[in-house]
Ligand binder design. Structure first.
Ligand SMILES: NC(=O)c1ccc[n+]([C@@H]2O[C@H](COP(=O)([O-])OP(=O)(O)OC[C@H]3O[C@@H](n4cnc5c(N)ncnc54)[C@H](O)[C@@H]3O)[C@@H](O)[C@H]2O)c1
Length: 299
């Protein structure tokens, strides 16, 4: 098979629906063997079904590609091992992992239950760790290295009614940046995509957003896994419709130094407003407009 991923084996979590399905199909179309990993759950996490992953495997096979399904819950450590084993046992390597599986439990912070917080951290942040951990243990020993792609969200900057999701997505960026560092010497790269696309997850967003189709996200995942991106690691890219944007690397902007060994609170109160000042939270300026739209849509 020819294509940008010919000869590679790629696992895609959440590969049965929405963006993950588009990524699975695109990887197979570019010549990869694909592990379609999906728990096949409803948005509230209920009714797991192996049918969701199996259907995408059938679609890939019908188009002449190669795929196997894994139907486990990615929040479980052992499912990460199972996904990687499916790749290695079937095709002998794991060259790329794309972690797309995700869930939502939207609630204002002051009303959020412990279960709602834990469920989102478990599927997103722990789900990424579970796959990264097992995949990287194999990738670091492969001569050809590997490529890890995490799925974050622009909501990592902050989210009014999704503190759990925002925290998980911020954690995924830090986890991925750390993977880029710890795996660099083994030729393993790690990057994040922050997508926006019309799926069941985004259909209830209570304000107007720039959006596009899931198929618009998939080529960026293919590129990041491919050898064409061999210089790219530790990056975060927004992908929406025709737009791809690179995020900055977080760093300190300005410093101030105490007149003595340490600052007192009173000295900080006097110096900070005229010295290093502060940086505006980028979403605060837009908060009123979004809140008005949420109210108009009855959210
Ligand atoms: N759609 C958007 O606009 C948007 C925006 C920002 C970020 N994202 C992120 O993109 C990713 C894909 O989102 P989507 O819109 O395609 O969602 P989706 O709901 O269409 O697909 C998510 C998939 O994950 C699977 N899944 C859920 N819990 C799982 C678990 N415990 N184990 C294994 N699989 C599980 C589901 O069965 C489903 O197939 C998510 O990480 C999401 O946070 C999406």
């Amino acid at each position: 098979m020819t294509g940008m991923l010919a000869g590679k084996t790629v696992a895609v979590t959440g590969g049965g629906n929405g963006i993950g399905r588009a990524v699975s199909l695109a990887c197979a179309a570019e010549g990869a063997n694909v592990v379609v990993a999906d728990y096949g759950v409803a948005m509230d996490g209920s009714n797991p079904s192996s049918e969701v992953a199996n259907l995408v495997v059938k679609e890939i096979e019908a188009a002449g590609g190669k795929a196997v399904a894994v139907a486990g819950d990615v929040s479980k450590f052992d499912t990460g091992a199972e996904i990687v084993a499916a790749a290695v046992d079937t095709w002998g390597s794991i060259d790329g992992v794309v972690c797309v599986a995700g869930n939502l439990r939207e609630r204002m912070l002051f009303n959020m239950s412990e279960d709602e917080f834990d469920a989102v951290i478990a599927v997103h942040l722990k789900g990424h760790f579970n796959v990264y951990r097992h995949a990287s243990a194999v990738m670091r020993k492969q001569e050809s290295g590997g490529s890890i792609v995490g799925f974050t969200s622009g909501a990592f900057v902050g989210s009014t009614a999704q503190a759990n999701y925002s925290a998980a997505k911020g954690g995924i960026i830090s986890l991925t940046r750390s993977a880029a560092l710890s795996l660099h010497k083994y030729g393993v790269r790690a990057n994040c995509i922050a997508p926006i696309a019309k799926t069941r997850m985004s259909e209830n967003v209570p304000f107007e957003i720039e959006t596009g189709e899931p198929s618009a996200i998939a080529p960026m995942a293919v590129y990041l896994i491919s050898d064409a991106a061999k210089e790219i690691t530790g990056q975060t890219y927004t992908v929406v419709g025709p737009r791809i944007s690179v995020w900055n690397q977080p760093h300190e902007l300005r410093s101030m130094f105490a007149p003595g060994d340490e600052w007192t609170a009173q000295e900080i109160a006097e110096a900070l407003p005229r010295s290093i000042k502060y940086e505006e939270h980028p979403m605060l300026a837009d908060l009123e407009r979004r809140m008005a739209q949420m109210e108009n849509k009855g959210a």
